[in-house]
Design a protein around this ligand. Sequence first.
Ligand SMILES: [Fe+2]
Ligand SMILES: [Fe+2]
Length: 487
Amino acid sequence: MNRSINETQTGRNMSTIDLQAKIPNNVNLGENRQLQRALEHWQPAFLNWWDEMGPSDFKAKEVYLRTAIGVDAQGWASYGYTPMPDYRWGIFMADREENRKIGFGDHMGQDVWQEVPGEYRSTFRRLIVTQGDTEPASVEQQRMLGHTAPSLYDLRNLFQVNVEEGRHLWAMVYLLHKYFGRDGREEGEALLERRSGQQDNPRILQAFNEETPDWLSFFMFTYFTDRDGKFQLKSFAESAFDPLARTTRFMLTEEAHHMFVGETGVGRVIKRTLEVMKELDTDNPDTLRKAGVIDLPTIQRFMNFWFTSSLDLFGSEASSNAANYFSNGIKGRPDEAKFADHVEADTEMTIDVPDGKGGMKKETISTRNGMNEITRLEYVKDCNVGVTRWNMAIKRAGVDFELKLPSTRFRREVGVWSGVPTDLQGNPITQAEFDANKHEWLPSEEDVSFVKSLMHRVTEPGKMAAWIAPPDRGINANPVEYEYVKL
Ligand SMILES: [Fe+2]
Ligand SMILES: [Fe+2]
């Protein structure tokens, strides 16, 4: 392991992780030689993938990274300089909860499962593979961003997110190897073979095949798309398959930082724009662009794009698959405990669907069929928390502008609204009307190339690119001027 990891900043009472082991873990890997050998065989393939598809360049550079050393909320990580290829990727699970019972669906109240029931095996395998696939995909999408980081602080955060997505891949591959035998091992290999955006062997979900070409997109991705990940993980954290629940619970601890990067990143872009708006006493987008900052309407258009791309990841509004996952205890709703009825045997809900005549109508479906929609709406609420904070900053600056999430019916490519043109409020419109407004609602090529034109690397500790404000504080109580990456 890397000697410079500072072990003094750790808390107490964490379940032990052996960082010296070839594969750091808290799952007693050493007691299962066959599994250990299989994972040790996968490890060099993972490192090759990282070498080929991880952050371009920077391999030998020391990065101030946090590494998981426990699963306890008080002190689970240590911080220190590590070249990324030496990061201690490992297998970590939240501690086992004694006598945990299934919290929803038809098996409600029974003991949770420590093995996968045969009848749900292929479903679990597919869900774990799909989740696992998003982890390396995002690393691939972000691999060029290091060259244009607006500061060393941001460069470090990018790499932190990247190594942790790599760790999440380990988490899913462990489950595949341990519980799915030979099929699982084959899936583990395939996870290293697909490539984001590649024609013949792309990543499974569309949002993970889009490019992340600039840092505004990166912040939007970590705010909106990583948050979709959070909600998927929250649903798995409820699962009756206990090893999946424990694995995803610990992933959520790491994931929180990714959304922090997104929320504060977008917030800092807005803050800098507001400063220049005040200096120049203008809200004219052209003037602001000439001054080198991103005007608020462009930020809104990027938000519209990334938010709606992420909405599709929740799947169809009415879905019998989603109903089966719930009935069978495979996936719960995020924070299942806060719902009043955990069985939803005969309950119903209404959704909005296109009426086929250019309008909209209500449709009643069973609550079980509506699980995707319920989760999507919880996600929207969570997205709005940050938007409200961004708007408060805009208001405090005395600027009359409000960022708004578009309707969940806008620009959908999955579900009942797929391919139905609507305005930002979700009212159905004609394709011609949509096309006429498209550039007001979504980033145009010109917007994208303007944002790209701002992307220049800043490498002096504490200095920021002109289009983004410094963060309020540094990482792990270090100052913003800290040398977060030694270039
Ligand atoms: Fe992840
Ligand atoms: Fe993430």
